[in-house]
Design a protein around this ligand. Structure first.
Ligand SMILES: [Zn+2]
Ligand SMILES: [Zn+2]
Length: 397
């Protein structure tokens, strides 16, 4: 141990080593969204070995299992995501990705192995457990849709979980720190695509056409007013136009132009009003410049909003593990997370587990080809999830 934990972990060396080995095995064999066949196989095999009833193929490639306690009580859901990213790994560690172009660059290998560690402990102590713990190993977080697919396929079926908890390793937090942020924690993720249709013309005779390029430029600028003029300045909103396409030659005004980008927002109320605001601006600008616009506005993730009461439970568990001064409430990001789909239906808390270690050079951010974590975060994350679930169940009716 290099960190100074508040209390020693309840996980023993054998269990911690198993979590690390599992993480390295998954890291070496990354699978993309909805293709997590090997990963789900490893998970299912390990859960069956614990004597648990296991359902595979949930939401395509997800796995569900329940640990039933000997004493009656509520059900709590713990979730880990399993998918990797289409990135070529640049690390040279022995457990680096063995699949070209695919990499666990977000740490979902850590979440899966930590939750397997929790499962092992829960199954071993089921005689003492009150209520039940449903374990959800989820596909396809990175492209969105994995959580919804599992929910549609019964992840929240009766007995309905009364709460949901999950963790994410966190590279902007040092190892030994934990982020538990009540309220909006991660942003909603929307994607927009706009096609502007004008009237093509010779570049020297713009008055004979309707220029979609000029129109597109005005749309890009006008869209920034969503954040700068349309929303309370105290509420965070980001509008990023990230792709533009138009034209084929220097002397031709094209017939159409295209853009694509994303909106990120925390506040659920503001989020709900965004599509209307977006369409009004785009159609208004297009019409003023003699063009037509077609808007495709898609929702990816809802805002990830932590429940205050559930945060208090997770916080108490985290304080036991890393100490009061190492639990912070200020971690927020405009990045998105599809655990929001669970939190949209049941109260819960998504916990950020510090995984950065400057001294060991483990500082690369999520989705970077050199991303890697200090694996000591596995035991810390598992311990907090375990203690959070137990605290919730013991407090429940
Ligand atoms: Zn990610
Ligand atoms: Zn992630």
């Amino acid at each position: 141990m290099t960190t100074t934990l508040q209390s020693p972990l309840s996980f023993g060396d054998v269990e911690l080593r198993e979590m690390t080995e599992t993480r390295r095995d998954l890291h070496a064999h990354p699978e993309l969204a909805f293709e997590e066949v090997r990963t789900a196989g490893v998970v299912a095999e390990r859960l069956r070995a614990l004597g648990l009833d296991v359902r595979t193929g949930v939401g395509k490639t997800g796995v569900l299992a329940t640990v039933k306690g000997a004493r009656p009580g509520p059900t709590v859901l713990l979730r880990a995501d399993m998918d990797a990213l289409p990135i070529q790994e640049e690390n040279t560690v022995p457990y680096r990705s063995q699949t070209a172009g695919k990499m666990h660059a977000c740490g979902h290998d850590c979440h899966t192995s930590a939750l397997l560690g929790v499962a092992r402990r829960l199954a071993g102590d089921a005689a003492k457990l009150k209520g039940a713990v449903r374990l959800a190993f989820q596909p396809a977080e990175e492209i969105g849709g994995g959580a919804d697919a599992m929910i549609e396929d019964g992840a929240l079926a009766e007995p309905r979980p009364a709460a949901a908890f999950g963790m994410h390793v966190w590279q902007t937090l040092d190892l030994g720190k934990v982020g538990i942020t009540p309220g909006p924690f991660m942003a909603a993720v929307d994607e927009f695509t706009v096609t502007i249709t004008g009237k093509g013309a010779h570049a020297a005779m713009p008055h004979l056409g309707a220029d979609p390029v000029v129109c597109l430029a005005h749309v890009v600028t006008a869209l920034q007013t969503i954040a700068s003029r349309g929303v309370d300045p105290l509420l965070e909103v980001v509008v990023s136009v990230t792709q533009l396409r138009a034209g084929s030659a220097f002397n031709i005004i094209p017939e159409s132009a295209w853009l694509n980008g994303t909106v990120r927002v925390f506040d659920p109320e503001t989020w709900r009003g965004l599509p209307t605001r977006f369409e009004t601006i785009v159609h208004g600008v297009a019409s003023a410049l003699g063009c037509r616009a077609q808007v495709d506005y898609r929702r990816h993730n809802r805002p990830t909003v932590n429940d205050a009461a559930m945060c208090a439970i997770a916080r108490a568990a985290a304080v036991e593990v890393v100490g009061e001064r190492n639990v912070v409430a200020s971690v927020r990001t405009m990045g998105g997370e599809d655990f929001s789909a669970f939190l949209n239906q049941v109260p819960g808390c998504f916990i950020a587990v510090g995984s950065r270690n400057q001294a060991r050079g483990l500082t690369w951010d999520h989705h970077h080809p050199r991303f890697d974590v200090d694996e000591e975060c596995l035991g810390i994350g598992a311990e907090i999830l375990l203690r959070t679930a137990r605290r919730f169940l013991e407090a429940g009716a």
